[in-house]
Design a protein around this ligand. Structure first.
Ligand code: ADP
Ligand code: MG
Length: 139
């Protein structure tokens, strides 16, 4: 059965552009409950750890630099079928391919600065949530 928790993070481009409120509103209106949320910033080293799965990809170094360039807003979200439904709400990685009305379609600047992260599995949702919040199991 699909889990009811996912992890997201509003990325530096969207925080810098003042879109935290608009994005958070869309998330809540889509039926997600925010269980944990904070404004923080990653060092380049922390960004590298978060995206370690991509370390062989050509965009890895740029991605780590970008993700540590400004404030981010990580959140733990709850909803039935959370992981899949949230990936639908944010749209494709490349905003030029993201469906109309998705968060990336509306707010992303580029394939790298694409406004928001969404976990790709129940397992990764817990790992990524724990990266920013303690006692994730209580959510
Ligand atoms: P998603 O965030 O949709 O799960 P990936 O896990 O494939 O996408 O990639 C992680 C992040 O790396 C993306 O959200 C984006 O910020 C960046 N990224 C992915 N592909 C590229 C690319 N071709 N060029 C630059 N940055 C990329
Ligand atoms: Mg991914």
């Amino acid at each position: 059965m699909a889990g009811n928790i996912t992890f997201t993070m509003i990325k530096p481009d969207a925080v810098g552009a003042g879109n935290v409120g608009a994005i958070t509103k869309m998330i809540q209106e889509a039926g997600f409950t925010i269980k944990a949320m904070k404004l923080t910033k990653m060092s380049g080293e922390r960004a590298g750890q978060f995206y370690a799965v991509h370390k062989e990809r050509p965009f890895y170094a740029d991605l780590c630099k970008y993700m540590s360039s400004g404030a981010i807003v990580p959140m733990i979200l709850e909803k039935d079928n959370a992981v899949e439904d949230f990936r639908k709400l944010i749209g494709a990685t490349d905003p030029t391919k993201a469906e109309a009305g998705t968060i990336r379609n509306l707010f992303a600047k580029s394939i790298e600065a694409n406004a928001i992260h969404g976990s790709d599995s129940d397992e990764n949702a817990l790992i990524e949530g724990s990266f920013f919040f303690s006692q994730t199991e209580q959510f």
